[in-house]
Structures are given as structure tokens and as C-alpha cells.
Design a protein around this ligand. Structure first.
Ligand code: NCD
Length: 306
């Protein structure tokens, strides 16, 4: 069913294709825990090439590939020939020689698509600047499906830097493929949702309005300071804390792609509605599914169902 070489953006995927990945992630979930090692990707090598910092994405890709029985190499630009002036295009074409699949993160909008077009192995976009982060969207959908129970008829509030936050861009695009979802954006004025991602289902508001919205999901993000000029950088002025949570219904789930800076006060971490670390954990089975699908192992996943 999966006929695309790469995973670059969420937009071109059909709802069916997304549902397949989520279904495979669900099948893989019992095999994603500690102590598990499958042989679905035995003999295959993933190279992660991150030209921007990462904790969750890089590490969960690596653990996902290990759990699938494959091998992993994490390429680091520091200490590589990039420091001698080698272009990223040449770097990526070199890495292709040593692996079966590449996961690439880069600050340039559209750059990962360009790299993908240069190589024959599948390429996963692990974040291209402020543009897209499709595997985060997949794991966010997986989280919502598991924790809220559905992907339609949702009220989702996005809070934070909606202009530069690529996870928000991918997630709203993904959720629009499912029926009747409503979106509210809360952000500093100059960091609002890009025009092309606003729609009839989208409204802007203020933080104190979230209580009236009866949201299913509040999705907070940090200010993406690395995408701003030094004089534009500022501290985030919103914070979700104990007081905020008192006013939100028990059904609301608070998500965050992490890293957080000031957006979620750690004092709320033990509230069962606050689920960023669960979300990070779900990245494992979701990325296992994505790697296995792009490497053509759908049959082997289905065989696990027994
Ligand atoms: C996000 C990213 O890199 O876009 N992190 C992640 O992958 N979980 C969010 C961020 O950096 O703010």
C-alpha cells in the first residue's frame, strides 16, 4: 500500500496512508518495550544526519531501528568534513553509500526534499526549519488516538509560536484529513499561524478563553528563538500551571512536542492530563512503523499480529 520513496511532508499523504502507519504502530506497540528485539530490519542500517539539535527525534529513531533489529549510525556534522567546507548535498550523497535509509534534520525550509531527490535510499524529514515535521505529526496523532480515543470531532488549541513551530504546521495539516476538527490558536501577535494554514475551521484567541472552548487537546510549543533575529527573541508570556489546570475539564489532554522552556510548569507533571513524556514514548512505536513501512516491511509487521 505504501508507494512513496520518502516521507517529507504530511500534506501529500492520504488519510488511509496515515491510518496504515498508525495501525502498524499499534501492532508494534507490544514489541516496542525494553528488552524487545525484532528482526524485521535485520541487516539494514539507518543513518541519522541532524544539522540541528535534537534529543527525542534522533534518539527515538535510533531506538526504533535497534528494536526492529537493524543497525544505526548517528552522523554528527561537528568533526565531519562539513567543517572542511563540504556541502550538505555531498555529505548526504556520501552517507547514502553506507545505509539503507536516512533520517535528516536541517534548518533550511524545503532542504530535506532537495536532499531526498539526490539519493536513491528512502529519506525521512526529521524537521526542515520552520516548515514540517511529519513524524512528529504521526506520533501526535497516535497520542491523540490513544489518549482521547478519536481523531475527528476534536477541539484542539495550539498555544505558543505558531509561526515557526513546525510540529504545529504538520499536526494541523494531518488533523484536517479527519472530519470536523476545530482549531484555536493562541500566540503572541507576530507569531501567529501562517496565512496558508489558517482556514474556516481556525480561530485566534487569548489564553483566558481556553476554558470556554472545552478543548480535547491543548498543544503547547516553545518560542523557536533560533529562527529569530536576536532583537526579536523574548520570553514566552504564557504558562500552563496548576491554576490553569483547575479550570480545564478532566477530558483535556495537555501535549507538548518538547523541549519545553517556560510553557508548562513542572508542578503540573503529575496531573494525568499532562502527557508530553507519554507522547515522547509513543514516538518509539510510531517511528518503528515509519521505518518499517519505508523499508518495505509491511507484511512482516502484519505477521506479528499472529
Ligand atoms: C520539536 C522540533 O524539533 O520541531 N522537537 C521535537 O522534535 N520533538 C519542537 C521544538 O524544537 O520546539
Amino acid at each position: 500500500m505504501w508507494d512513496k520513496k520518502d516521507l517529507i511532508e504530511i500534506g501529500p499523504l492520504s488519510r488511509k496512508e496515515i491510518e496504515f502507519v498508525l495501525h502498524y504502530a499499534r501492532i508494534l506497540e507490544p514489541f516496542s518495550g525494553r528488552g524487545n528485539k525484532l528482526s524485521i530490519c535485520k541487516g539494514e542500517i539507518l543513518i541519522t544526519a541532524f544539522f540541528e539539535p535534537s534529543t527525542r527525534t534522533e534518539m527515538s529513531f535510533a531506538t526504533a531501528m535497534h528494536t526492529l533489529g537493524g543497525d544505526v549510525q548517528c552522523f554528527k556534522p561537528i568533526g565531519s568534513s562539513v567543517e572542511k567546507g563540504e556541502s550538505k548535498e555531498d555529505t548526504v550523497q556520501t552517507l547514502e553509500q553506507y545505509c539503507d535509509i536516512l533520517a535528516i534534520r536541517d534548518p533550511g525550509v524545503g532542504s530535506v526534499k532537495r536532499y531526498a531527490d539526490l539519493v536513491n535510499v528512502p529519506v525521512i524529514n526529521a524537521g526542515d526549519g520552520s516548515n514540517q515535521h511529519p513524524t512528529q505529526a504521526m506520533l501526535d496523532l497516535y497520542t491523540i488516538k490513544k489518549e482521547v480515543g478519536r481523531l475527528n470531532n476534536l477541539t484542539v488549541v495550539f498555544i505558543g509560536d505558531l509561526k515557526f513551530g513546525r510540529t504545529v504546521h504538520s499536526l494541523i495539516t494531518a488533523l484536517r484529513k479527519f472530519g470536523n476538527n476545530k482549531f484555536f490558536g493562541i500566540s503572541p501577535k507576530d507569531l501567529g499561524m501562517p496565512e496558508e494554514l489558517k482556514g474556516e475551521d481556525y480561530q485566534e484567541g487569548e489564553l483566558d478563553e481556553i476554558y470556554k472552548l472545552n478543548p480535547d487537546v491543548v498543544y503547547a510549543t516553545r518560542i523557536q528563538k533560533e529562527r529569530m533575529l536576536p532583537e526579536e527573541r523574548r520570553k514566552f508570556s504564557y504558562q500552563i500551571n496548576k491554576e490553569t489546570l483547575k479550570l480545564l475539564p478532566s477530558k483535556t489532554r495537555i501535549m507538548h512536542p518538547l523541549p519545553r522552556v517556560d510553557e508548562l510548569n513542572p508542578e503540573i507533571d503529575d496531573d494525568s492530563r499532562v502527557i508530553p513524556f507519554k507522547q515522547a514514548r509513543y514516538g518509539l512505536q510510531t517511528r518503528m512503523a515509519i521505518l518499517a513501512v519505508l523499508l518495505g516491511h509491511e507484511k512482516e509487521i502484519m505477521a506479528l499480529k499472529g
